[in-house]
Design a protein around this ligand. Sequence first.
Ligand code: ZN
Length: 156
Amino acid sequence: MMNTALINRHVSAVAIQFAAFAAPLESIARYVAMSMGDDAPPLPELQHYLSKRETQDVLAADFEVGLWVGPGRAWRLVSLSTPPTMEAIEHRLNTFPDSVSTQCAYCLIDEKNHYATELVKIYDLRGNPIHRRVVHRACYKPFTVMLQQYERVNSK
Ligand SMILES: [Zn+2]
């Protein structure tokens, strides 16, 4: 039996360390195994566990980690934790990626010519599309959380 809660905590630690990472699943599994040290299950088992949809659902719901397969069989590992301070949130919101139409405004992964299938428009709290902002579906929620926190502070 694998200790899945322990694995999930280490996936989260690796996601936070990288912030956002696009790589084959085997590379991601290797980093998680490295993080786990002696507690790591054999690599093929760990990789199989990470490849399961239910694992990815638990990681997103309970560990603030986005893990999904993108175009070209490269996986994306993204920390969905929002910054702890308003200063950091403001910085994230005011930072535009180099390529606003192909890069996720939250994790900054560049989907290049796959942007149309991988990225979605983002809407502000009044339902208006935000100019020059696109995000992954997985990154939509943390981006919106940052917007809400920013607006709450700045509307006082
Ligand atoms: Zn993203």
